[in-house]
Design a protein around this ligand. Structure first.
Ligand code: SAH
Length: 220
């Protein structure tokens, strides 16, 4: 695997991050983390030139890498401190996962498409990131490692899975796009006490759907 981040890539990345800042991302920590993760590593090299445009892109298995602005916004909404334990649903290309690692989080990430899981793992390793990756069903979360300080769902959920709310630490936040079909609304749920959550809405986004499991039972 050849990973080259040349001056041209770095220049394009700086420009993209400036664009994202102007779109309203205020967290310097998020912008800095994204500056440390070459997005072109996550697209096939034939599509290098699209890596630093604010666009979603095909990554195989009918899935997409989210728009850079969406990655920035979701990471900002997660609002965790360095060292926090974070769960991601939908590893996909691994890009958002790498950004979470660059934020200094202990990252756990679940993917239900074997093809993408198999691709993301060696790439993240070659980049030097050390997330825990699982092939399985994100609807279940990862009970054995709960509670999480933050949970980020990167696919459109038809409804908010109870299991994910239940795996939040007190004070922890779930960032989740909710809605069927084309568009979703971004919500955050923060766990105030064992049984109380506050909910906030953050506008419209577009994601591929969160689907029911199809991993074999032994992998869940
Ligand atoms: N965070 C990814 C975004 C990928 S798109 C990135 O940065 O590239 C969303 C991903 O969610 C897809 O790869 C899709 O296969 C996955 N997904 C959908 N439903 C899921 C589920 N129930 N559990 C785990 N992953 C799921």
């Amino acid at each position: 695997m050849e990973l080259i981040d040349d001056y041209q890539h770095q220049g394009q990345r700086k420009k993209l991050l400036q664009e994202i800042r102007e779109m309203g991302i205020a967290s310097e920590a998020v912008l800095e983390a994204m500056n440390r993760v070459p997005r072109h590593y996550f697209l096939s090299s034939a599509f290098d030139r699209f890596a630093y445009q604010n666009q979603a892109f095909q990554i195989g298995a009918g899935q997409t890498i989210s728009k850079p602005f969406t990655v920035a916004r979701q990471t900002e909404l997660l609002n965790c401190a360095r060292g926090a334990k974070v769960l991601e649903i939908g590893t996909g290309s691994g890009y958002q996962c790498a950004v979470l690692c660059a934020m200094g989080y202990k990252v756990h990430s679940i993917e239900r498409q074997k093809e993408l899981f198999d691709k993301a793992r060696p790439l993240l390793k070659a980049m030097g990131w050390r997330p825990e990756l699982y092939y399985g069903d994100g609807y279940k979360g990862k009970e054995v490692f709960a509670p999480f300080d933050g949970i980020i769902v990167t696919c459109g959920a038809p409804e908010v899975p109870e299991s994910l709310l239940g795996q939040l630490a007190i004070g922890g936040t779930l960032v989740i796009p909710v809605g069927d079909g084309e568009g979703q609304r971004m919500f955050t749920f923060t766990r105030m006490t064992e049984n109380e959550f506050t909910r906030q809405e953050h506008g419209e986004f577009a994601f591929v759907p969160m689907l029911a499991s199809r991993a074999p039972k032994a992998m869940r």
